[in-house]
Design a protein around this ligand. Sequence first.
Ligand code: PLP
Length: 463
Amino acid sequence: MIVSGNTKNTIKEFNLKEKGQNIPRNYNADIKLAIRAEGKYIIDEDGKRYFDGCSGALVNNLGYGVSEIIEAMYEQLKTINFAHPSRWRNKKTEEAASLLAEFAPDGMNHIWFVSGGSEAIESAIKLARQYYCERDKMSYGKRLIIGRWNSYHGSTIGCMAVSGNIPRRKIFSPMFMDHPKIPEHYCYRCPYEKEYPGCNLMCAEELQKTINSYGSENIAAFIAEPVVGSAVGALRPPDEYWPLVRKICTENDILLIADEIMTGMGRTGKEFCVNHWDIVPDIITSAKGITAGYSPAGGVIIRDEIMNAIKIGSGHFMHGHTYNANPVTAAAIVEVVKYIRANKIIENVEVQGQLLNKELSKLKSIPIVGDIRGIGLMYGIEIVADASTKETFPISVKASSVVTQECAERGLIVYPYMGMVNRGAGGDNLLIAPPLNVTEEEILNLIKILKEGLNAASDKLLK
Ligand code: PLP
């Protein structure tokens, strides 16, 4: 039987009886078949080439087909492809841990390897809880994780509970424990209607107020992205924000979890984004760029003192997955770290990031462009109906999808997101985040197509 998908924009046809169907992310979206990839391009079934202007979802940080990574994984597959982590250690994972620790701030030498971002967040949350239970001799008070509104930390129930992503929480929130949330540093639409620096960072001070109202004896951690990724579109905090948050966490004896799943591995022009402010979190979660898309992976990087409390306590993290510390994944991590160092990728982010910033700022005059913000090779463009009032398009217009579509037709992939304004009622943003080995020529070409796509979308949306 052939049926039509229920959508205003795209009519898709599905054969319900066809055997063995992969479930797409969205039956109502026009999700193309990717045939192969070359360098920084994905090629579809018609042979059309698309420049990957968002590195998949800030994953493919080194482009496609990097032979060093592929060969290292192949060698590892031949040597030993799997050794169950409850019975075996393996050399590659130990090498990956020592290399990755060099990217993290000093004193963060313990790494728990997992298969993706959500697993990393789940692990971080459970580790924070277990740390306090062990350190405080099984005093079970510290159980809450403070998060922020307009945040995304993953799709599992535990991750959703600490995330503040209103559209995504809607139907699932009755299923999870409610953890406190504070406002994010959304300066373009300040939740307190203040302006930096006159605001005195009320959004960070809110952390202290929330700790006071719930009681620090009940709180295990605060979790946030150093620069907000998809949920608001490369929202960079004022420079005092993270040092202040670190101070509040320390003074109140709660752990600081930096979710660097998007921002880590050089994306912002430092190995990890927290290095911009010289702060040491208690836990960093990493994924995506950790293998640059060559293997599903994540890592939880833990401050020595935290892990030592568990080492000398129960002696084991009460958590585990079959694919923890997988040697093939570890081979990809080792090669990615070596590649980043050998090819001066972080230095390239610095140089090309400045060019991207300069060129993006020229797009401000396009009527639907509200705000442009970011750091390194991670930029967000906020799409608005009226740049002078910051009025958003109604969510039903799907303005960010319209821009994305216009860009895709011209051979550029960007990353859209909706729903960060008025509790999910409006708000559109795009992430622009090319691979970290992008060249000047590629940035200029990206900007050229983006400009055409934004102008075409502007004409359509404002007509
Ligand atoms: N945290 C952040 C900041 C993310 O951007 C994501 C994914 O987009 C996750 C966590 C979840 O990672 P994964 O999709 O690998 O489970």
